[in-house]
Ligand binder design. Structure first.
Ligand code: HEC
Length: 396
């Protein structure tokens, strides 16, 4: 009962944190999209005003808005200045807490796959946290290096870094955990951009103005660079957040390459919108992105394994009882599970039959189940399941 209650409370913690994380993320990404679009759609101020580099008129919610961008800063500091940082900070705080509840506390099922790397839970968590820090340090050094002066070269280096992270995490963690780890590393970079570069730069500008000095324009430049990087990372990072539902992606033998492809596709789509908001519609960008999605879907389509001769339902039942039912039962015996995961129970012949298609999908085609192959499902047993579904999944 103690364990079941703990698992139940953790489910609630997970639900509330996930809810908060999604909402904070929506607010943050919303502001990111809004300000990059605003920046891209500025027109020269009419009439020209000292210090104003551009302005934008818009209509929304029953009124007109007139925004002006000052570069570097207005002559006088306004009395009330709105800052944008807590949406970023809360996204990270809730995201990290969710990572702890959903992955670190279930490291054996969610983070570790002993056939990939034989890590203890403590080592896996320590590696995961170390990588969150290392990812930021490596990225920040890249931006500060001479490469940081060249947008194109920096984009290539950034993609190389993401590729290294995706490949490296695939050598350390279970497939699904590896995806979330890369997502958490990228999310950490995005928040650190806000906390360590954008906001401190803005503080320096404000402090200089209060001291009656001319603010240094380099802070604006640095902040803008990081803010644009964040903008390009939004679509891929949201993909990682929802990828858990799609084992066809992270369950693929070259899951890391799939992830890199999704990063490229997401950034291309973002680029299309950014150029479009600046008045240029590059229609070939979404066409290429769509072609890449089709190519990816074809490249990773599951290959049906060579099925065993034929298998009886009794054999199937035995495999499922041994490899699946510890989690997928009305009252799971697997520690950390209060309810059958995904609502899927595989404890009676009827229920096994009812879920035949999903069983095939999850444990034969994508190998997503059992998570981290915790219960040691063998290839021969997967073939038994495959042969059974090939026969139309009869209950005998
Ligand atoms: C260690 C616990 C555990 C074991 C063992 C396990 N599963 Fe799962 N299973 C899970 C979890 C956790 C999820 C929910 C994944 C998610 O949140 O998307 C899940 C989800 C599923 C789903 C639902 C996926 C969906 O599309 O909603 C199916 C089907 C499934 N498992 C089949 C199996 C089969 C077949 C086996 C045995 C070969 C198995 N599982 C073994 C933990 C387990």
């Amino acid at each position: 009962m103690g364990i079941a209650l703990d698992a139940y409370l953790l489910d609630w913690a997970s639900l509330l944190l996930r809810w908060l994380h999604v909402i904070a993320g929506i607010v943050w990404i919303g502001t990111s999209f809004y300000f990059v679009a605003l920046d891209n759609s500025l027109d020269p101020a009419d009439p020209p005003r000292r210090g104003v580099m551009g302005e934008n008129w818009s209509i929304h919610g029953g009124g007109f808005y007139h925004k002006q961008k000052y570069l570097v800063a207005p002559d006088r500091l306004p009395e009330r200045l709105h800052w944008f940082k807590w949406e970023a900070y809360w996204t990270w705080i809730s995201g990290f807490a969710l990572f702890v509840v959903a992955y670190y506390l279930h490291a054996d099922t969610m983070l570790i796959d002993r056939s990939v790397a034989d890590l203890s839970a403590g080592t896996a968590v320590a590696l995961s946290i170390g990588l969150l820090v290392a990812g930021w340090v490596a990225y920040d050094l890249l931006c500060r290096s001479p490469l940081g002066q060249h947008e194109g070269a920096l984009a290539v280096a950034g993609l190389a870094l993401i590729t290294l992270a995706a490949w490296g995490c695939a050598q350390l963690f279970g497939a699904r955990g590896a995806y979330i780890q890369v997502g958490a590393m990228v999310g950490t970079i995005m928040v650190a951009n806000v906390a360590m570069v954008i906001i401190p730069g803005q503080r320096r500008v404000v402090a200089a103005m209060l001291a009656g000095e001319q603010p240094d324009p380099k802070y604006g430049r640095w902040g803008k660079q990081r803010s644009v990087h964040n903008n390009y990372l939004t679509l891929p990072v949201v993909f990682v957040m929802i990828s858990g539902h799609y084992p066809m992606t992270w369950g693929h033998p070259h899951a890391w390459a799939v992830l890199v492809a999704v990063f490229v596709i997401g950034a291309l789509v973002r680029h299309f919108f950014n150029r479009r908001h600046a008045g240029r519609t590059l229609a070939w960008l979404p066409v290429i992105a769509a072609l890449l999605v089709i190519a990816l879907a074809l490249a990773i389509r599951p290959q049906p394994p060579k099925a065993a001769q034929s298998s009886s339902f009794a054999e199937v039942q035995a495999v499922i009882a041994q490899r699946c039912a510890s989690c997928h039962a009305a009252t799971p015996t697997q520690p950390g599970f209060a309810q059958p995961p995904g609502g899927v129970m595989l404890d009676t012949p009827e229920r096994i039959g009812q879920h035949a298609a999903k069983i095939h999908q999850q444990s034969v085609l994508t190998r997503a189940m059992p998570p981290g192959n915790l219960t040691g499902l063998t290839d021969e047993e997967r073939a038994v399941l495959a042969a059974w579904t090939a026969r139309g999944a009869p209950l005998q």
